[in-house]
Design a binder for this molecule. Structure first.
Ligand SMILES: Nc1nc2c(ncn2[C@@H]2O[C@H](COP(=O)(O)OP(=O)(O)O)[C@@H](O)[C@H]2O)c(=O)[nH]1
Ligand SMILES: [Mg+2]
Length: 294
């Protein structure tokens, strides 16, 4: 993850370095800090909150030197990121993966299947993106690479029927983890949301009582602040439990992690850091803060 943050670090770290080498704590210092935060894709809401909290801590602790301010800022950033603990649902587990087209849902499912399988678990993936034949073909390739079972139907089939079959198999085969891929583009937003609501109704009805069910959204880090509005749209239809933030390796906009977690109160659980099967990691808040404010 540290290596994947290189572009973000190059774009952001020097700004904070400049602010904190100034020495004097005055209004100019806070103005420059505000500029640095705002230009780092953190977003206005979380920038404001960080600054208010920072000023309060500086007052309370009678801090006078900028190095100490830096340590306090980093602590507040980390606190923001750690505020919503990662869900650690026990297995058997059903994970529904949603998100708009092209963000990296199918790829993330392939990587997660590999990761969970490698940990010795029994994994099945379900191709509930029946919108295009290419979608289930792509997921089939990932299933082969990861060596896991896939449940799929023909192009244009009812995604709800795929989910129904996948859960039947999940129960029959004593599967530890079922990962469900979904379509990100239907004819319109209303269609997409009613489709997802239908899928979640089937999960609610069919999932065995001892199973955990989580809804994860995949966001593309290169879209910056736009990712936040995507979560808001999906949250209208389903309650998102966690975020998989992809393409962190390809962007200088990694600062958006703070904006996303601070504004949406949903944790970033995994980060995608490349196109390879191993390129997914659990998000590490300490490494992230060290990268942007070294
Ligand atoms: N660099 C990079 N590319 C990624 C990552 N995750 C996905 N991609 C690429 O993004 C594109 C879209 O991914 P896909 O899984 O098909 O998106 P979906 O439409 O949401 O299922 C593909 O070309 C992937 O290789 C990542 O973490 N890093
Ligand atoms: Mg896909």
């Amino acid at each position: 993850m540290k290596a994947a943050l290189a572009k973000t670090k190059d774009a952001i770290a020097y700004k904070f370095n400049k602010v904190f080498t100034g020495g004097v704590l005055n209004d100019d210092f806070y103005d420059e800090l505000e500029m640095a935060l705002l230009s780092s894709d953190i977003g206005a809401t979380v920038t404001e909150r960080l600054l208010d909290d920072l000023k309060a801590v500086v007052d309370k602790k009678h801090i006078r030197n900028t190095n100490e301010v830096k340590a306090e800022l980093k602590a507040l950033m980390k606190q923001t990121l750690d505020e919503h603990p990662l869900p650690r649902p026990p297995m058997p587990l059903i994970m529904l993966v949603v998100g708009v087209n092209g963000v990296g849902k199918t790829t993330a499912i392939g990587k997660l299947a590999h990761r969970i399988k490698k940990a010795g678990r029994n994994v099945t993936i379900a191709a509930a993106d029946t919108f295009r034949a290419a979608a289930s073909d792509q997921l089939t390739v990932w299933a082969e690479r990861a060596g896991v079972r896939i449940i799929k139907h023909a192009e244009g089939a009812d995604p709800g029927a795929v989910v129904f079959d996948a859960i039947s198999s999940f129960k029959a085969q004593k599967t530890d983890v079922l990962l469900i891929d979904t379509a990100g583009r239907l004819h319109n937003k209303k269609n997409l949301m009613s489709e997802l609501e239908k899928i979640t109704r089937i999960i609610d009805r069919e999932a065995p009582e001892n199973a955990s069910v989580v809804y994860f959204i995949v966001l593309d880090a290169t879209t910056g602040q736009n990712a936040i509005s995507q979560v808001e749209v999906f949250n209208e239809a389903i309650d998102i439990d966690g975020i998989i933030l992809t393409k962190l390796d390809g962007t200088a906009k990694g600062g958006v992690v703070l904006g996303i977690v601070g504004e949406l109160e949903v944790p970033v659980v995994y980060v995608g850091i490349g196109e390879g099967i191993e390129d997914i990691e659990i998000f590490n808040s300490g490494d992230f803060v060290d990268a942007i404010v070294p």
